[in-house]
Structures are given as structure tokens and as C-alpha cells.
Design a binder for this molecule. Structure first.
Ligand code: TAP
Length: 460
């Protein structure tokens, strides 16, 4: 093997590791090793880059690696599970910035004669997609972290302004390849940075997970085209994988929420008041229940289905859910978990949450698997979930969630709901299930309510 082919071999192995790593991420059982494989691939790709002909300034590169890796490592170790979406957004933004700066550096470092269209085009795409992804992700991070208002921000002539920015990007990109003037590459970069901000600010905070997923595919695309400009195989493959994964995730999330991508990007979901009005339910009222009564209902049941939702993650009650499950199983009760694909605020949120508490994976059943079992369940225990069990999705054509597939909790013989009060879920709408005669409300923070339940069930 010649010295020049060592980096190529490293890139090839790295690319294979990315592909196998991604494959293993598809199941919680193999996800950890998948992550490790992909990380080894990234280390190989970095190592291979050091060996590329013409490389130098190793001190600066190492310094940059330390500056990037240290905060990344610390943040990843400390981040709370509920703050994961904004962390992903921040890291995604950094990916966008990398694509922007690599493409820009490549462009500015070459005399115009060296910019034939085949290389100029991917560089321009890298600059534009990288910029949009960079600033868009930072705004998404700000919204989820509470640094920017979660409310959709709107201003006059917003869409016209965005169209103008797009026109500037297209016109200056068309002029850039044949011009010596650097303004033609800086202009689309600046317009795309602004477009990222202008496009994400008007979207409500609750829609950010879908936005992040869209921006993720943008970053992937930016990395892949930058790879074309640099003739770097592993960048092309890694970028394509990220782009494709982000696109699939976006489609799956939109499908599970029964919303089109256009509605997420241009719609006004999440504008509804978070405190739902009880008036919508006429004279109906919710019926409360004490933890001791719940314990009797569940302790003497044959089958209990637990439905975790966003509130469980907020309360960090996952370990107590597992304790409750064990206490019930000791009494001979069959316990299963119903996992809705968009329960919580990020893909796989409930699976990750419950896996953290060592809930056996085979007990977590997807919506399609568990729905036929609800009519045999004595109790459906809903913990901090709302929209994913709202029957309006089946019956109310005017509801914003109409058509979204839901968990059939209302088919169980009894329904117990743990939530703090009358707060609405993500969609900001009333839930008729809470007023159903077979539903009982155990009001309180999920962690506190679960602690009481565990104590009561153990005391039976
Ligand atoms: P939500 O519909 O958001 O409902 C969560 C409920 O938890 C609220 O009604 C709230 O009521 C309660 N809650 C909040 N904090 C609590 C606490 N500390 N203890 C107990 N309860 C608490 O949740 P869901 O059913 O999981 O549905 C998820 C929603 O998010 C769907 O509409 C989905 O489309 C959307 N979404 C999901 C994703 C992904 S990928 N998962 C991405 C974007 C959007 P109280 O205030 O009364 O307690």
C-alpha cells in the first residue's frame, strides 16, 4: 500500500463503519455498539485526513479538535434526557457551520480559474445549505432552551422577505462561478444565514423536533456536496447517510402526527392556548381518584397497559414506573407498555426513557401491536400523555389532530390518567377521554403520583 492510499483506505473503512453503525442504531439492543462503531469510523476519517498529501498546520488542527471535542464531551455527559432535542440541534448547527466554512475556505483558497462548474456548484450548495442549517439550528436550539420565545414570531411581509432572500441566493450563486469578485460567494452565504433565522423564527417551539429533523437532512446534504467538492469519499457517504436519515425521520414524524411538512413549516400548530378550556366539554367534569383506590384497581387487575407520555419524561418518573411494574407483576398482574411513535418530544423518546430505567425491551409494544390488546386490559394507566390518546383524532374532523393514529386507551375497561391539572398537550386541545365515565384522574406530578402508587400497591 502506498502512502497516498492509506487515507483512502481509512476513508473506506470509516464509511463502512458509518453504514454498519447506522444499521445497528435501528434497535435499542444494538444501538450502543452502533454508536461506538460510528465513533470509531469518525476517528478513522479524522486520522486519514491527517495523512492526506499536502496537510500541514497540525498544531492548529489539534487545537481545533480539542476546542470542539471538550465542550462536546462535557455537554453530552451532562445533558438531561428532556434536553436532548436542543442538544441535537446545537450539534447539527455545528455540522452546518463546518460545511459552510469548508466550502467557503475551498472557494476562497482557489483562484477563479480553478473553479470549473463541476466543483463550483457543490461548493455553492455547501455554502447555502450549510448556512441555512447553521443559523436555523441555532434558532431551534434557542427556542427549545427557552432563550428565544417558543411562540411563532411573525412580522409584516415575512414571506416576501424570504422570497427575496431566496432570489438573492439564486442570482448571486449564478454569477459566482465566472466572477473573480468574492462578493458573489459572500452574498449567498449572508442571505442563506439570514434565511435560516427567518424561516425558523415563525415556527412554534413545539414543532422544533420536526424542524431539527429537516435541518438535519440539510446538514447531511451540505456535507455530501462539500465532499464532492473536496473529492472526499467518506464525507460524501456520511453526508448522504445523514441527509437520508433526516429525510426519512421527517417523513415518519409528519406521518405519525398526521401533518404535512408544509403545515409544519408554514402552519400555525402550537398557537392554541396551552390551558385547554373545559367549556368545550359542556357540563362534563373530570372525576378524581386517590392513589389508594388506583392501587386497588391495578393490584387486583389481570392486565394493565401503561401509556407513557411527555409528562413522564418531564417528571423523570421512569424508574418509578419500573418499580410499579415490578410490584404489580409480583402480584401476578400482566403489565405491558404502549408506545406511540410520537409520544414525548423526540423520536424514540419513550423507548429511551424506559430503557434508562431498565424496563425489559420486549414489554414495550408499538402502537400497531398493542392497540388490539386494549379491550382485554382491565386498566389503561396514562402517565403524562395527552394527544396520543385523544379520541378526537378519530372522531372530530375539525380537530388539528384529526386522522392521527392514536393508542386505543379508551377501549380498556378502566382508564387512569396521571397529570398535574387541566393542562393541554402539545396540540393545545381538549381531550374528551379525560371526561369519559370510565376515566379517573389522579392529579399530581407524575413522579410524586407514581411514588404514592408504588407504596400503595406494595401495601396491598
Ligand atoms: P402531550 O400531548 O404533549 O401531553 C403531555 C401532558 O403531560 C400534558 O397534558 C401535561 O398536562 C402533562 N404533564 C406535563 N408535565 C407533567 C408532569 N410533571 N407530571 C405529570 N403530567 C405532566 O404528550 P404526548 O401525549 O406524549 O404527545 C406528544 C405530542 O408531541 C404529540 O402531539 C406529538 O405530535 C407531539 N410531537 C412529538 C414529537 C416526537 S418526535 N415525539 C415531535 C414533535 C411533536 P398537565 O399540564 O395537566 O400536567
Amino acid at each position: 500500500m502506498t502512502r497516498a492510499s492509506v487515507p483512502e483506505a481509512a476513508f473506506l473503512i470509516a464509511s463502512l463503519l458509518f453504514i454498519f453503525g447506522l444499521k445497528r442504531l435501528s434497535s435499542p439492543r444494538t444501538a450502543r455498539s452502533g454508536n461506538t462503531l460510528a465513533a470509531i469510523g469518525m476517528a478513522l476519517a479524522l486520522g486519514g485526513t491527517f495523512l492526506l498529501p499536502g496537510m500541514g498546520h497540525f498544531g492548529w488542527i489539534l487545537l481545533a479538535i480539542v476546542i470542539g471535542a471538550l465542550p462536546g464531551w462535557l455537554l453530552a455527559r451532562r445533558v438531561k434526557m428532556t434536553a436532548m432535542p436542543q442538544m441535537v440541534s446545537l450539534f447539527n448547527g455545528m455540522g452546518g457551520a463546518c460545511a459552510l466554512f469548508i466550502s467557503l475556505g475551498e472557494w476562497l483558497g482557489k483562484p477563479s480559474g480553478g473553479r470549473e462548474l463541476g466543483r463550483a456548484f457543490p461548493m455553492l450548495l455547501g455554502v447555502v445549505f450549510g448556512s441555512v442549517s447553521f443559523t436555523g439550528s441555532l434558532v431551534a436550539f434557542g427556542k427549545l432552551q427557552g432563550l428565544i420565545t417558543e411562540k411563532p414570531l411573525r412580522w409584516p411581509l415575512q414571506k416576501t422577505g424570504n422570497a427575496l432572500l431566496l432570489a438573492v441566493i439564486l442570482a448571486s450563486s449564478a454569477a459566482a462561478p465566472s466572477s473573480q469578485n468574492e462578493i458573489w460567494i459572500l452574498l449567498p452565504a449572508a442571505a442563506a444565514l439570514l434565511l435560516g433565522v427567518a424561516q425558523v423564527l415563525p415556527i412554534g417551539g413545539a414543532d422544533m423536533p420536526v424542524v431539527i429533523s429537516v435541518l438535519n437532512s440539510c446538514t447531511g446534504l451540505a456535507a455530501a456536496v462539500t465532499g464532492f467538492a473536496m473529492h472526499n469519499m467518506s464525507m460524501i457517504i456520511a453526508g448522504t447517510l445523514v441527509g437520508a436519515a433526516g429525510s426519512f425521520l421527517t417523513v415518519l414524524m409528519c406521518k405519525a402526527m398526521n401533518r404535512s411538512l408544509a403545515k409544519v413549516i408554514f402552519g400555525s400548530f402550537g398557537l392554541a392556548p396551552k390551558e385547554a378550556s373545559a367549556a368545550a366539554q359542556g357540563d362534563l367534569s373530570m372525576r378524581e381518584i386517590a392513589a389508594s383506590e388506583c392501587a386497588v384497581m391495578m393490584g387486583y387487575a389481570r392486565k394493565v397497559i401503561i401509556i407513557p407520555g411527555y409528562g413522564l419524561a418531564v417528571a423523570q418518573g421512569q424508574h418509578l414506573v419500573h418499580d410499579l411494574d415490578e410490584a404489580l407483576e409480583k402480584r401476578g398482574v400482566e403489565v405491558k407498555y404502549a408506545i406511540h411513535p410520537v409520544a414525548g418530544r423526540m423520536p424514540g423518546h419513550m423507548n429511551v426513557l424506559l430503557a434508562e430505567a431498565d424496563v425489559p425491551y420486549p414489554k414495550l409494544l408499538d402502537m400497531e401491536e398493542i392497540n388490539p390488546e386494549f379491550d382485554q386490559a382491565d386498566v389503561a394507566l396514562i402517565i403524562g400523555a395527552n394527544d396520543v390518546v385523544n379520541p378526537a383524532a378519530r372522531t372530530d374532523a375539525a380537530s388539528p389532530i384529526y386522522g392521527m393514529p392514536i393508542l386505543n386507551a379508551d377501549k380498556a375497561k378502566n382508564v387512569i390518567v396521571i397529570k398535574r391539572g387541566r393542562g393541554a398537550g402539545f396540540a393545545g386541545i381538549e381531550n374528551g377521554l379525560f371526561y369519559n365515565p370510565k376515566t379517573r384522574m389522579l392529579f399530581g406530578d407524575a413522579k410524586k403520583a407514581l411514588q404514592e402508587l408504588v407504596t400503595e400497591v406494595k401495601a396491598l
